[in-house]
Ligand binder design. Structure first.
Ligand code: 13P
Ligand code: SF4
Length: 330
């Protein structure tokens, strides 16, 4: 179903809840539909706890891409954001890839429109293009290799030091990778609206209040926040860090969804979300990730829509840089 058609449906019928008979046990129905249709549910750490618990596989962007590539299910229901569904489709084009809500975009992906990015790339013909997976299929198709926050350093290190590089679209991750590799990659001016909102002043005040707490941050955060972090890593790396650490208290600067898994893995430890500039705005929540709901997940599986469709040429061009990434990640 096209995004316009889906939006029309929502406009006509109001909230998607209207499609669901109230007496339905959604968990039971979803399990039954999954078996009947041979579907797999892939979920990112930033979705709500109920959806994390119903996912067959939960992970960070890299692990989810690897899972999407190797799955033998007929249907992939990707509970995350749009670019993740696109990546799954690119890696496994024979499968039907569904998402609960086509409007679940990403501020970072949107900060790099294909037209201006192509112009930027053409202005630097000697540069190789490294793109963070949080970008559209069109940007992937214009890239030499894709990275995630788990493997960015390793992949950047694989290029000779004298090779000029463009890093897009996240200037914060790019800046961080420049600092740990000693490179001077040319950065596209994009950022994540969740990770940019952390308040350095409030974090410092909180850490003064809890001197025993360890401060951990995702590399999509701005440089001043990363400079005071005790540990910087992808969502999976942060989860592993808190699990293995002997410390009992952590201040966490990444989307609040990950706290559910941290608390599950370490019930005896305390996790405090890092404060953002406006403590009333729910800035630690990714509003796109949070568009996914149990009702929409059920409807997507039942009606097999909305589905991810990609232009065949873009899909082919975007696959190569993602495959390069998966190869370099081994
Ligand atoms: P990772 O999954 O690589 O940690 O990235 C986090 C993110 O922002 C996903 O949108
Ligand atoms: Fe995009 Fe940021 Fe949301 Fe991740 S957390 S999906 S980068 S807006």
């Amino acid at each position: 179903m096209l995004k316009e058609d889906y939006n029309k449906l929502i406009k006509t019928y109001g909230y998607v809840n209207k499609f669901i008979q109230t007496e339905i046990d959604l968990h039971k129905e979803i399990q039954a539909l999954k078996v009947k249709k041979n579907a797999v549910i892939l979920g990112h750490y930033y979705i709500t706890p109920d959806l994390q618990d119903i996912s067959d596989f939960l992970g960070d962007s890299l692990a989810l891409a690897q899972q999407a590539q190797k799955t033998e299910a007929d249907i992939i229901l990707f509970v995350g954001v749009h670019f993740m569904g696109e990546t799954a489709k690119i890696l496994n084009p024979g499968k039907k890839v569904l998402v609960p809500d086509l409007n679940a975009g990403c501020s970072l992906a949107e900060s790099a429109p294909a037209g201006p990015f192509l112009e930027f790339k053409n202005n630097h013909p000697d540069h190789k293009v490294i793109s963070y997976i949080n970008c559209s299929a069109e940007i992937k198709a214009l890239s030499d290799v894709i990275v995630t926050s788990s493997n960015a350093k390793k992949i950047v290190d694989s290029f000779p030091m004298d090779q000029p590089l463009i890093f897009a679209p996240d200037k914060n991750l790019g800046n961080y990778i420049n600092s740990v590799t000693g490179r001077e990659m040319l950065l596209w001016d994009g950022a994540c609206m969740v990770h940019e909102k952390y308040s350095l002043e409030k974090i410092i005040t909180l850490l003064e209040q809890y001197p025993e707490a360890v401060f951990i941050a995702h590399p999509e955060c701005e440089q001043p926040v990363l400079l005071i972090a005790d540990y910087v890593g992808s969502t999976t790396a942060l989860l592993n860090f808190v699990t293995e650490s002997e410390s009992k208290k952590f201040v966490v600067a990444t989307e609040s969804g990950i706290l559910h898994q941290m608390q599950k893995s370490c019930p005896d430890k305390t996790f405090i979300p890092a404060p953002s500039i406006d403590s009333t705005c729910g800035c630690n929540d990714c509003s796109f990730m949070k568009l996914n709901t149990l009702q929409k997940l059920y409807l997507a599986l039942k009606y097999e829509k909305p589905e991810i469709h990609l232009d065949a040429e873009i899909l082919e061009k975007a696959r190569l840089p993602i495959l390069r990434m998966l190869e370099l990640s081994k």
